[in-house]
Design a protein around this ligand. Sequence first.
Ligand code: NAP
Length: 317
Amino acid sequence: MSPSTQTITLSNGVEMPVVGLGTWQSSPEEVIAAVKAAVKSGYRLIDTASGYHNEEAIGTAIKQLIEEEVIKRDDLFITTKAWTNQIAPGKLESALKESLQKLQLEYVNLYLAHMPAATNDDMSQQIASPVEDIWRQFDAVYKAGLTKAVGVSNWNNEQIGRALALGLTPVHNSQVELHLYFSQHDHVDFCKSHSVSVTSYATLGSPGRVNFKLPNGAKLNWAPAPSELQDANVLSIAKKNNKTPAQVLLRYVVDRGIAIIPKSVNESRIKENFDIFDFSVSPEEIKKLEESKISQRLFAQDFMIGHPEDPFVNERQ
Ligand code: NAP
């Protein structure tokens, strides 16, 4: 099997590539070049979100790649996400249609609820819509054929369990913060036992998140975090395999049966992050890597504090 066809089978039979390109904080100009470089290097999955403000540029890149006969639409796997205002009651279908228009696509491959907590448009008000109501809207857009699969992001086990208990379309994928210093074994075990595939975000420890600015230009206050790219065990496994620390961090997650979507706008890193199929991290090495016992959530999503569906409420106590 060639690297570009390595997939995880979702519970509805859809094949999701194991490696995709992340695009949070990729500007429209950067993302056009990044998507083209990625697809030409073998990537088939592109991960975006309405909240990344780059769906239009990604649509342009995809259109050009198809016109240049580099790729066919059906060979791509496009994921996008509905932000907190778009999961509010009655909003989801038009939100997805807006994303499709920007992406110039008839369907996306995976549509995710970016958060379990709904808000109004400018996020000044929390909307106490239960996750069951959010999931009913995802069931409807799936059944309408606007997306090949549906899933959630930043939902906890209990919330996913409540969505599954509805007996509607199952949750096909859970995208969560997951990296060496936030290994999420409990969540992965829960998802596996319910046939929910898992995607890791911030697999490299999201070194660029500290540069994030809100639309009003304000910076968020990120808690300091140790660099996983400099972890002593990561460095030693990298040296042994003649790979880079980033490749070891990515492979650590892939070897746990989890999909990855590393973000880069740098062509050589885009290639590096895909060149991870000629080595593996053994179960013993996974144990060794996890010896540091560091557990640090990088994305606490403080704006959900006080929301009845705040997924991290138990961690905040
Ligand atoms: P990440 O993929 O862990 O790290 C990306 C950062 O690492 C960028 O600053 C990138 O810089 C740098 N980088 C990339 N490849 C590298 C390499 N080989 N060596 C050294 N540095 C490297 O973090 P992320 O972007 O936060 O997460 C990945 C994707 O997950 C996002 O882009 C987004 O699609 C998704 N995500 C989802 C959520 C959610 O709530 N669902 C939250 C966060 C992220 P350059 O671009 O300069 O190479």
